[in-house]
Design a protein around this ligand. Structure first.
Ligand SMILES: Cc1cc2nc3c(=O)[nH]c(=O)nc-3n(C[C@H](O)[C@H](O)[C@H](O)COP(=O)(O)O)c2cc1C
Length: 174
């Protein structure tokens, strides 16, 4: 547990895993320890004061299966004193009524359990009907939004920009 940031993610078809890898590369592997929920569960999560969590939305606004399985455990955890940044994967064309809902559900759980959320990003550049992953003014997502289905070509730049934003918000050394 030498890296300062724990990055926890789960992925059914590999997209969230790919983004997690890319983000760890951009932040620097010495800064980030990757934890796939399917293999590790929530092991060591309590030992980090800075966390990143990656969650895709599945089945019309539902949690991805590994997150769903660990949800009761998360609901019991204390996140006070922890900074958490989220990224969500979804499909704004195919599932625009539920775009990134799971990221919103995770955000609300973490906030209720005392976490300080950071890493919000603008909704500019996205088109969708509804999302549970919006800030109260509706102008931001409560984390980084990635759409590998419809906007794969934007992903690298979105990850680069967010890595820079987190360097600042997490107060990391470059
Ligand atoms: C059956 C199915 C249901 C989906 N439901 C949603 C949804 O409700 N909201 C959304 O934003 N994306 C939805 N998606 C899109 C996935 O979130 C997207 O493909 C994501 O990149 C998958 O990530 P993963 O490969 O890490 O599991 C759905 C995709 C499929 C195939």
């Amino acid at each position: 547990m030498n890296a300062p940031i724990g990055l926890y993610f789960a992925s059914t078809t590999g997209n969230t895993a790919d983004v997690a890898q890319l983000l760890a590369e951009r932040l620097g592997h010495e800064q980030v320890a990757l934890h796939d929920l399917a293999a590790d569960g929530l092991a060591h999560m309590e030992s980090y004061s800075q966390l990143i969590m990656g969650i895709p939305t599945w089945d019309f606004g539902e949690l991805q299966e590994d997150w769903l399985e660990l949800w009761p455990e998360l609901e019991e955890m204390d996140f006070s004193g922890k900074q958490v940044a989220l990224f969500g994967l979804g499909d704004q064309i195919g599932y625009g009524e539920w775009f990134l809902d799971a990221m919103g559900l995770l955000h609300d759980l973490l906030q209720a359990r005392g976490a300080t959320l950071c890493g919000y990003t603008s909704i500019a550049g996205f088109t969708f009907e509804a999302s549970k992953a919006l800030s109260s003014d509706g102008q931001q997502f409560v984390g980084m939004a990635i759409d590998e289905d419809g906007q794969h070509g934007e992903t690298e730049e979105r990850v680069d920009n967010w890595a820079t934003q987190l360097q600042d918000e997490f107060c990391l050394q470059n």
